[in-house]
Design a protein around this ligand. Sequence first.
Ligand SMILES: Cc1cc2nc3c(=O)[nH]c(=O)nc-3n(C[C@H](O)[C@H](O)[C@H](O)COP(=O)(O)OP(=O)(O)OC[C@H]3O[C@@H](n4cnc5c(N)ncnc54)[C@H](O)[C@@H]3O)c2cc1C
Length: 553
Amino acid sequence: MRVLIAGAGVAAFEATLALRAAANERVDIELVAPETKFWYRPLAVAEPFGLGEVLTFDLAQLAAAAGAHFTPGEVIAVDAVAHVAHTAAGVELPYDVLLIATGASPRTAVAGALTFRGPADTELITKLLGELDGGEVRRVAVAVPSGAVWVLPGYELALLIAAYVTARRIENVEIVLVTPEEEPLQLFGSTASAAAKELLDERGITLHKGAHATEASDGQLLRLVPQAAIDVDRVVALPRLYGRPIDGIPQTRDGFIIVDEQSRVAGFRDVFAAGDVTSFPVKQGGIAAQQADAAAEAIAADLGALAQPRPFRPVLRGLLLTGGAPRYLRYEVGGGRGETSAVSLEPLWWPPAKIVGRHLAPFLAGLVGGGEPEPATAPPGAVPVEVELRPDDLARLGASAPPIAGEDTQDDLERRTVGEIMSSEVLVVAPEDTLGEVAGRMRERDIGSALVSDSGRLIGILTSRDLLRASAGRVHSSEARVRQWMTSEPISVVATTPLAAALELMTDHAIDHLPVVEGERPVGMVGARQVARAVAELARTHTSIGDQEGEKR
Ligand SMILES: Cc1cc2nc3c(=O)[nH]c(=O)nc-3n(C[C@H](O)[C@H](O)[C@H](O)COP(=O)(O)OP(=O)(O)OC[C@H]3O[C@@H](n4cnc5c(N)ncnc54)[C@H](O)[C@@H]3O)c2cc1C
């Protein structure tokens, strides 16, 4: 069986190794990614402080060592019916099973701040440390934005900057941590929260919790919601994360992919997704690896190589760098396998340290250390945390999806596409049109929704429900504009999206209309009624076939 993995990061390698372990001979694995290197990113936080270097591996070599082939390329579209992935360079990659592990794209969340995305931005922190040394900077804010974020590095940066300042005896410096969380490191549970709070207090870091940093004017005044603003000399912010668009795969407004507890993409039989690209709300390497393990076991079970695939039961494990452990942090790492062997003395990332992957962590440790890793304990000054996320939480967060139809009907729904039933006669309006104009055109055509497009790009949807809301709010329909009442950046699908996936998106998000796009251009609409009719027809077909077969018997 040909398994194509889009991506070559944490989830991709964990899945490769797990597949090799569970179904070795039966799978041919190909990884495709636009980069040529695997970056071990957690150490990017430590690098500017001279406490470690980002570990990198050549992807072709790493893939070969894991038992896979590596093809450079960026997957931009998937034709799930033909089982082909398309790359930006126009290459077609056929697959039997596809695993999407393309990670997340970090974008600036706090305008005007220094955004720390990882290895690419270590120089920003080095520069900041120089400014602290030179006395040019006295107040530094580290901002954790709301939404999908890698939260740990924010705390680590604040703690490490504070430790740096203390170690260098730089006087009169204030470090502020701004976070929308109700408690520090809330996600990791109360024990971790308490430990983080104690550490922040110990280091004299001022905590603004429940606060959303919005922008840093001139890099100096950090605006907060609901509090007003704080005066600082520099703001370092974490980025907000988004999924990268892949045509043919339904994605949430922020580009994330909805999967079930086996990491199967909602509505697709042979497409899985794992890691930061999924809509699971926690973005973390350990979680990415656990999702990859669940996908690998489901694929192995489909092949008959495994009886009981284990579902994704998320356990968050992390290790917080605090700047208080020189022994822990003293090691030599660099690019390539050969250069990194010294890390085995006290490897920061050794299992069960920074990124916890059942297969990946020992694999990397084996490569650089040349043998089986020793069980590691958390070093002094580092705070290990572990918290089990209950299945209820998972369901509440929308990460699992219920089956939607009988088995035969479900098969058909996976084969048939949105393009077969969508309506191409859509009403496309402009954001500046008035509600009155649009309501009139909707009435004329007897339709319940309009797509909002700006310069050819779908930017919103306006439904009769929005018009009702507006009229209940007593707005003047000749004055109110579409942009004020539409749903921005709606979930959309493409014509090749299987009906099963469309139906699941509608059910999960309680929506009645799914815009259909080609690139970013609106080309059609599929409504709940059309999908329901298609399901009913398919169910009827299967019932009558079943009846005929029954009569024959
Ligand atoms: C500074 C920093 C510190 C962190 N610290 C920790 C930590 O201590 N512990 C922890 O568990 N996690 C940590 N993380 C988070 C962790 O790195 C990520 O959660 C993890 O890498 C996610 O794994 P992934 O496989 O989903 O994505 P990634 O590891 O990001 O891999 C994505 C892969 O997809 C490829 N790709 C992208 N687009 C495409 C495309 N269109 N087609 C094909 N391939 C594509 C990329 O080139 C890459 O190979 C940290 C992150 C940062 C930035």
